[in-house]
Design a binder for this molecule. Sequence first.
Ligand code: C5P
Length: 235
Amino acid sequence: IRTAAVIPAAGRGVRLGPGAPKALRALNGTPMLIHAVRALAASRAVSLVVVVAPPDGAGEVKSLLDAHALPERTDFLVVPGGESRQESVKLGLDALPAAYDIVLVHDAARPLVPVDTVDAVIEAVREGAPAVVPALPLADTVKEVEPAAAAGEPEPVVATPERARLRAVQTPQGFDRATLVRAHETVTDNVTDDASMVEQLGETVVVVPGHEEAFKVTRPLDLVLAEAVLARRRL
Ligand code: C5P
């Protein structure tokens, strides 16, 4: 069984503030995307990494991959992305050679995911789950609200889901390839992760333990945290 990883890296990263596309911003001097590629290629099971670049940035991303040391046993492909994360993932899937039966989808914005988490996801797919997500329990209580009609208006709370039953979902998410392809062909709603498309097909999605260091670099404080994690790893 061969495993490939698709890394959507085509987002602009507006919430991070002005600057280069998020995946190309540096963490301790190395672009976030390179950290993410290394994190997935660190798994011996992953033999191909497909990077989905910003639509006008495929050339730049190819040069970046060439300029950084990456494992020799791994193949790399770069394809241009789309308007939404979903479209970018679909373009990455379209580029996969036939030999791959298991696909991981991993956000470039989660550059520090440990290899043990990657391997745990792959293992659960190999054991027969059509879709696997790494996830963590929540520290915060979560409220569902009626979103404000205008900015600054207070928002009424609609419900408080029982926290013990909630999980914060990370990536890489792992899939039986045929199931993920069918999900992308069938589901047209706007979703924020790939597993929810598989849920909509009525297929089982299972959770394995995630890791704190697989957090998503989204806001400026996350850059500080990511650099602190990298500094601690070098100790
Ligand atoms: O915006 P968000 O943080 O959810 O993005 C998650 C991942 O999806 C990021 O790695 C981002 O680069 C990627 N993405 C993409 N194509 C888009 C939008 C986001 O590949 N059009």
